[in-house]
Design a protein around this ligand. Structure first.
Ligand SMILES: Cc1ncc(COP(=O)(O)O)c(C=O)c1O
Length: 422
């Protein structure tokens, strides 16, 4: 028979690594839950696909073939280099076809963070003589918000539009804030924490009417919203490989022809002389394959996510203290945010983690501190409610069975927490 020390050992090991990873020293504020009862499940329930999703089978099955054909620098002028460059162009052309644009408008980057940085900093610098005003939104991804903060330090004035309690921006307010001095507006298509969609094409048209350029972070939208760049009004758009079933380390920046940006990396003249550095040739092939898959399966995957989302919501709405963060607006069906009133968010998250359930919590882990999510606080959540929030995000491999397991485990955890705090 196991001793109690043995029973606690997995928890202590887990906490040790948790503290190392988060660089925080969490001591549960509500100790009385029984770790023995919450021993780890043997299989993981993975509902964090918006953070990163597995390689698509279409990509996985071809990776070793691509590796076998050799990793050759596409800028080399020998035969092998030329073959590599041709393959890179093939990937570029395929992505351009899927996005309804020209292949010269597709630039490969290391991911969406770099694509957002390049577009925002590069547009501002290129248009500095025309104006110094820029507009974005309080609920954008840090790669967008931090780019704007860098611009503020560099003499630009940034308006951070607030959102209402649903997370919506008010297009009329946006229109009113555009001035002759506005050179750039930047909005995400789908929010990565709530799944809320912004009316991107309407906002882009408004920006253009006032002579401003428009950038869109479409990381969480691709594969869920049909996307054709021509006539969209979008001047630049960012995509990320590891959200789509390609490996991490590859992304795309769509840059409309005629929209010139300043470069902010220096070296070679790769990627239209905008992004220096040897391209991730293997990643580009994987991303082109993944993008093609998502375009071909948009309808069937959407249908599946809608069904799973309804299924999960029907079960979750029975849980004590739950608030499902959807307000009849437009959401992508693969992301669901929910919060638990009067619950210690960290304890909730740890119990889920102990059960091998991977979801995101309502905290942004930055500089080692678990601060409440800036998105949820912008929606008016207090610190506790934001911390006691979960983002459940599904991927193409998510099954109804996995959702049922998740709901059952979550119900047990939440019910036991409420029992303890009564
Ligand atoms: C909306 C959004 N934008 C940008 C990024 C950054 O993407 P990457 O990891 O490719 O840099 C993410 C990643 O989570 C995201 O969700």
């Amino acid at each position: 028979m196991k001793t109690r020390v043995d029973d606690f050992l997995p928890f202590l090991i887990d906490r040790f690594f948790y503290c190392i990873i988060t660089r925080s020293f969490f001591i549960p504020s509500r100790p009385p839950f029984n770790y023995v009862q919450t021993m780890k499940r043997s299989s993981t329930i993975y509902l964090d696909h918006a953070s990163g999703t597995n390689l698509l089978p279409e990509v996985k099955s071809r990776i070793s073939e691509w590796l076998d054909s050799g990793i050759v620098n596409p800028s080399s002028i020998h035969q092998e280099g030329r073959r590599s460059a041709a393959e890179l162009d093939e990937a570029r052309t395929s992505i351009a076809e899927m996005l309804g644009c020209k292949s010269s408008e597709i630039l490969f980057t290391s991911g969406a963070t770099e694509a957002n940085n390049l577009a925002i900093l590069g547009t501002a610098e290129a248009l500095r003589n025309k104006g110094l005003h820029i507009i974005t939104c309080a609920t954008e991804h840090p790669s967008v918000l931090e780019s704007h903060k860098a611009l503020e330090k560099n003499g630009f004035q940034v308006t951070y539009l607030n959102v209402d309690k649903n997370g919506d921006v008010d297009p009329e307010e946006f229109s009113a804030r555009l001035t002759d001095d506005t050179i750039l507006a930047s909005f995400m298509w789908v929010n990565n924490e709530t799944g809320l969609m912004h009316p991107i094409e309407e906002l882009a048209q408004m920006a253009h009417k006032r002579g401003s350029r428009f950038h869109c972070d479409a990381v969480q939208a691709f594969g869920h919203i049909p996307m054709q760049m021509q006539n969209s009004g979008i001047d630049s758009l960012a995509l990320s490989g590891h959200k789509l079933g390609a490996p991490a380390g590859i992304g795309v920046l769509y840059l409309r022809k005629g929209h010139t940006i300043s470069r902010n990396s220096f070296g070679g003249s790769q990627e239209q002389n905008v992004r220096a550095g040897t391209q991730n040739h293997l990643g580009a092939k994987a991303l082109a394959t993944a993008i093609k898959y998502h375009v071909a399966h948009l309808d069937v995957n959407t249908k599946k996510y809608v069904e799973l989302s309804e299924h999960i919501q029907n079960q979750l709405k029975e849980l004590p203290g739950i608030q499902i963060n959807r307000y009849g607006k437009q959401y992508t069906p693969n992301i669901l945010s929910c919060s638990f009133k009067h619950v210690d968010g960290e304890a909730l998250f740890i119990r889920l983690d102990m059960q091998n359930i991977a979801v995101s919590n309502g905290a942004a882990c930055s500089s080692g501190s678990q601060s409440p999510s800036h998105v949820l606080t912008a929606l008016g959540f207090d610190e506790n409610l934001a911390q006691a929030s979960l983002r459940i995000s599904m991927g193409i491999e998510t099954t109804r069975h996995e959702i049922d397991d998740f709901c059952r485990e979550l119900k047990q955890i939440v019910t036991s927490i409420y029992r303890e705090i009564k």
